[in-house]
Design a protein around this ligand. Structure first.
Ligand code: SAM
Length: 294
């Protein structure tokens, strides 16, 4: 994806260099925020270290932002929160239960043919790490990486290679083992991001990166992308006023969200993403004070 900014909204020197982002996540995640990582760096480095000891990502998904923060030590510790059980299985297996090595070994030894994959996806996982493996396989072969019920399969894959075209076992295993190596900087909570924001909001040394499912917009793209796509956006905005430290939110551009942000005395900027099909997608960055962006 190439990123552009709407003229007059963000100056050109803030165009993000996405090539500077190392892909750390074992997921290809719908609505993933790889493109935002350089902006997150800029935001966190504008804060003194004592204000960014803890970094919380309450809607973690593929967690490229939280992982990048942990790898680059932009915060002392990172807490990822996710409600989706399939996604949570991966983070729990790697971070909480220290099963990352097992998972990495399974990935490299899997015979990735249609029959094995079908059997694996139909099976009832007997353990958490097995569920994690199932999630990773499903995430690779479903169209757009979508894990929600009803997601279609990518039919012909890349360059006609069929089912194996998105299966890069060595890369996936390396990413998982790299995360294992920094496990002590990470925590994972399988739960409701709104509740965790409320619980941690009073901490002055804690920052939040809030990337909720986009069901506030009129066309509701989040509905088909995520199993859990409905959250109370008004409550989320209200919660941000409890945050003693700092936070940054992202949304698909939406007039109603812009009005809600303004009603909460928040600043917002629009970023235009241009994807490989040259379709434009407008995203918003929302925060209390975005002076560091100028
Ligand atoms: C826009 S995606 C996050 C993408 C992520 N920033 C990334 O780069 O991969 C929103 C995520 O919120 C999760 N979610 C939905 N409702 C939630 C809730 N109440 N608490 C925690 N996570 C939730 C969805 O499952 C989805 O993974």
């Amino acid at each position: 994806m190439r990123q552009q900014h709407l003229p007059g909204i963000l100056p050109p020197e803030h165009v993000v260099n996405v090539a500077s982002v190392k892909q750390r996540s074992p997921f290809r995640y719908p609505g993933g925020k790889t493109w935002l990582v350089p902006t997150i760096r800029q935001w966190l480095l504008s804060l003194p270290p004592h204000r960014r000891k803890e970094f919380v990502e309450p809607f973690a998904g593929g967690a490229i932002v939280g992982l990048s923060v942990a790898f680059e030590q932009l915060a002392t510790h990172v807490t990822l929160v996710e409600l989706d059980e399939q996604v949570a299985a991966v983070w729990k297996a790697i971070i909480t239960e220290d099963q990352g090595e097992w998972l990495a070994n399974q990935i490299t030894s899997l015979d990735f043919c249609t029959e094995t994959v079908e059997t694996l996806l139909r099976s009832q996982p007997a353990s958490l790490p097995e569920q994690a493996l199932q999630t990773i396989v499903r995430n690779r072969i479903n169209r757009g990486g979508i894990l929600a019920p009803g997601a279609g399969r990518a039919k012909h894959g890349e360059k006609g290679r069929g089912i194996a075209s998105r299966w890069y076992p060595m890369t996936l295993s390396r990413r998982i083992l790299d995360i294992v190596a920094i496990r002590d900087r990470l925590s994972f909570i399988h739960g409701d991001g709104l509740r965790i924001i409320h619980q941690l909001a009073s901490r002055q040394d804690t920052v939040f990166f809030i990337d909720p499912p986009y069901t506030a917009s009129a066309n509701h793209p989040g509905k088909r992308l995520y199993t859990h796509s409905t959250i109370d956006h008004a409550q989320l905005f209200d919660l941000t006023s409890e945050i003693a430290g700092d936070f940054l939110m992202t949304y698909n551009f939406d007039e109603a969200i812009a009005a809600t942000a303004e009603a909460h005395h928040l600043e917002w900027h629009v970023v235009v993403m241009k994807n490989t099909h040259h379709a434009h997608k407008r995203e918003m960055i929302i925060g209390r004070n975005l002076a560091w962006l100028r």
